[in-house]
Design a protein. Structure first.
Length: 401
């Protein structure tokens, strides 16, 4: 037996599930929806329901890979997203801080798009509306976990409202600061980058032509992602002090600073959503499964956003775990460790590769490291001159592996 022990026996009999998911964010909700055709009884615990559509653009934007767009389509979500709020990426320009450059093209790679730029809230609301209609899902919302206990047969989760849920498998999808992971005693190694991701949506003077831009600068990594019409989403991964300086600027000066940092590539910029910021860190978990427990999404890993793969890892986790659970014969226990280890093995290579790659790139291009300038810019230029290497990178980003 492990986990935080239940403090007392509840008066209300426990709710029984096959799979209990804690966290109804993008990873947790997509797992629940991916299991809609299974025989499994699913409980979904969430502290609060997603906010209803507000009409304004969401400042939290994701670059969804084509393979994960296909996953969302397969589970019946993608086709219900408002197409007027989606933007494909057809071209990508990556610029170093001393003239290095790397280009990607959907046309040259023989695909229709390199990625889709999608608002977090748009996907979240559609997933939530889908899961609310799902016959094999019981929503425990609003509800927060209070105590956790595992034994050989089941896991029991006590909630703050005195309800108790019992399941054969518990899935932690409750974010980088996962309560479940900590309560289960799974260690996580976290390294803060001393940086923040400053995000904002901006209107641009010139058409972006569905091109994504990224600049590796002395003050961090600046990315412009195309949104529908003449809008872009900006992400500036930069040291804490510079992030605070940017957020304190008046709107017009902020836009001028962002446009100047991008060489006025899209002309003058105008603010659409005010800048926000979130801290950046690397997080590695020693194990993503234990008897009757699996971690997915940010509860299992956190990476630097410069590669744009954060949410793609979460969706891929949900897809891999759903495939393992859906394939189980009726007599098999979904919480058995051999079952969960297959999920862990299926995800280990991609997660490890991206964590080390993004961490290495952040170190190579981190601010105020001029001694590495020649190396990093030469690397970009060399890759740009090697079509085979460039196409391998594109295919990996597309999820074609």
């Amino acid at each position: 037996m492990y986990g935080l022990p239940l403090s007392r026996i509840p008066v209300v009999p426990p709710l029984h599930f096959d799979v209990l998911i804690v966290g109804a964010g993008l990873a947790g909700a997509s797992l629940a929806v991916a299991l809609k055709s299974s025989r499994l009884r699913i409980g979904l615990v969430e502290g609060r329901a997603p906010a209803p559509p507000a009409g304004a653009w969401d400042a939290r934007i994701y670059a969804v890979s084509p393979s994960n767009a296909r996953f969302l389509e397969a589970i019946g979500v993608w086709q219900h997203l408002d197409p007027a709020r989606l933007s494909p990426v057809h071209e990508m320009e990556i610029h170093g801080d001393r003239g290095g450059r790397l280009d990607f093209s959907a046309y040259r790679s023989g695909v229709s798009e390199l990625a889709w730029i999608v608002e977090s809230g748009l996907m979240q609301r559609e997933l939530w509306e889908t899961v609310k209609r799902q016959a094999n899902v019981t929503l425990l919302c609003p509800a927060r976990p209070r105590a956790l206990e595992f034994d050989a047969q089941a896991v029991r989760l006590a909630l703050e409202d005195d309800r108790t849920a019992q399941a054969r498998l518990l899935v932690a999808a409750d974010g980088a600061d996962s309560w479940v992971r900590q309560a289960a005693g799974l260690a996580a190694e976290t390294a803060a980058y001393g940086e923040q991701g400053v995000v904002a949506n901006l209107a641009c003077e010139r058409p972006h032509r569905n091109t994504a831009f990224q600049w590796f600068r002395e003050d961090g990594v600046l990315a412009w992602l195309p949104l529908p019409g003449e809008l872009i989403s900006m992400v500036w991964s930069t040291p804490d002090a510079h992030a605070a300086e940017l957020r304190a600027l008046p709107a017009e000066e902020f836009c001028r600073r962002v446009a100047d940092a991008g060489g006025w590539r899209l002309g003058a910029l105008r603010m659409v959503t005010a800048p926000a910021a979130f801290p950046l860190r690397l997080m590695r978990v020693s194990q993503v499964v234990a008897p009757r427990l699996a971690l997915i999404g940010d509860a299992a890993h956190a990476i630097h956003p410069l590669s744009g793969h954060g949410i793609n890892l979460g969706f891929a986790d949900a897809r891999a775990l759903a495939q393992e659970l859906d394939a189980l014969p009726a007599h098999r226990d979904p919480g058995e460790l051999p079952v969960l280890r297959r999920y862990a093995r299926a995800r280990a290579e991609e997660v490890t590769l991206l964590q080390w790659t993004t961490h290495g790139l952040q170190r190579l291009f981190r601010p105020r490291e001029p001694a590495l300038s020649w190396l990093r810019n030469a690397g970009l230029n060399l890759t740009n001159r090697l079509p085979v290497v460039r196409e391998i990178l594109v295919r990996y980003a597309l999820g074609s592996n």
